[in-house]
Ligand binder design. Structure first.
Ligand code: PLP
Length: 368
């Protein structure tokens, strides 16, 4: 076994994906899984297809290209506004992209025409989180400028919330998006397919909403892979947590004083932490550091605390257990820690539970 090791429980991920796809289908909402945290790994993509995904979404063309080149034929949605410098790759590998710039759509049209294909676009609407999107009162004028472009199909409109400023989906902004869809249809004689109301942070709004709405699509990553939605929202019953864990190995375990000695300056990272004198402590060094993972997103087991980290070392203290060389310690990870761990080439990835995922069918759908 190689360490540090990231264990990925495919049965849990499969269960989360199939639960969300089924549960949201009851609300007439299609889920497009967002594969960016797994960088378009083919194992994960197959899992999502088995769970019922009909399309996948990613923020990076490299990941989408990787999936398409692995032989997957399901449609791809690029969920970051395209770079002008990548347009021909985007048209080649993506059926749909999320867009906010007229110039980009004009160039997508030219690229699609050259390649003798069509490209679908979803126009993103700014609803207050101030990341991507056309201001709501500009949407009609925006579409007027692109509607006649050849080889471009307007697939729908969408929004993204709860990313930059944590602005929550609510009746007000969701109704505005839904009404905009009607306005676009009426103004241009269209019947747009997709009204995409956001990411994992929009699941609770959809599940709790009972009235008329045009909203029929979500792009979901976090809730599938972590089983969670933003902290202040209600947890979604039935989702599995901690599908992804990180195990690292102890390379030194000693009882040492808690206070350093000698003349003290800044540490290797220009920081100076405050130190409590706790007398002697049980301290261990793990072979895991800032070069491997975003250490602030690691959660150690009960009775252990992360004290410091350097490029290659993680310092932990145990309150009530012994620590020993060769010991393997398992951490839970938050979103940032998972992102960094998956990107790290020093961390070994193990995809577990592939055989049992199909037996793990959902017994009942929990309604909100
Ligand atoms: C990352 C991303 C998502 C998925 O977000 P989660 O919080 O992981 O569900 C959806 N839409 C866009 C535009 C994104 O960048």
């Amino acid at each position: 076994m190689n360490y540090p090791k990231l264990n990925i429980d495919c049965a849990k991920i499969y269960q989360n994906a199939s639960q969300l796809i089924t549960q949201l289908a009851l609300k007439n909402v299609t889920v497009t899984p967002v594969t960016k945290i797994f960088q378009g790994h083919p194992i994960i993509n197959q899992l999502l297809i088995d769970a019922g995904a009909k399309m996948f979404a990613d923020s990076r063309i490299e990941n989408i290209q990787r999936i398409k080149q692995a032989g997957f034929s399901l449609p791809a949605m690029l969920i970051r506004t395209p770079m002008l410098s990548q347009l021909s790759r985007i048209v080649k590998y993506c059926e749909i992209s999320l867009n906010t710039e007229i110039e980009v759509i004009q160039q997508l049209s030219i690229a699609a025409k050259q390649m003798n294909t069509t490209h679908g676009i979803i126009i993103m609407v700014e609803l207050g989180d101030l990341r991507e999107g056309v201001m709501p009162d500009r949407v009609i004028g925006f579409i007027r400028k692109i509607i006649t472009l050849p080889n471009i199909t307007i697939k729908g409109i969408g929004t993204n919330l709860a990313c930059r400023y944590g602005i929550a989906p609510d009746d007000r902004n969701m109704t505005l998006l839904s009404e905009l869809a009607d306005e676009v249809d009426i103004t241009f004689g269209l019947k747009i397919d997709i009204v995409s109301a956001g990411n994992s942070a929009s699941i609770n709004w959809v599940l709790n909403h009972d009235g008329q709405t045009r909203i029929n699509h979500l792009r979901i990553g976090e809730a599938i892979f972590l089983g969670s939605v933003p902290a202040e929202q209600a947890k979604i019953a039935g989702l599995q947590f901690n599908a992804i864990t990180l195990t690292a190995e102890v390379i030194e375990a000693k009882t040492k004083p808690s206070l350093p000695w000698g003349t003290r300056g800044l540490n290797a990272f220009g920081e100076k932490e405050t130190i409590l004198d706790k007398g002697y402590v049980t301290q261990a060094i793990l072979a895991l550091g800032r070069q491997d993972v975003c250490v602030t997103g690691l959660h150690p087991p009960d009775g252990m605390k992360i004290m410091s980290s350097t490029s290659d070392h993680l310092l932990i203290e145990a309150t009530d257990s012994a620590l020993f060389v060769g010991q393997k310690i398992q951490f839970n990870l938050d979103y940032s820690a998972i992102l960094s761990a998956i990107s790290s080439r020093y961390i070994h990835k193990a995809f577990d539970g592939l055989q049992i995922k199909r037996q793990n069918n959902i017994k009942h759908i929990v309604k909100h």
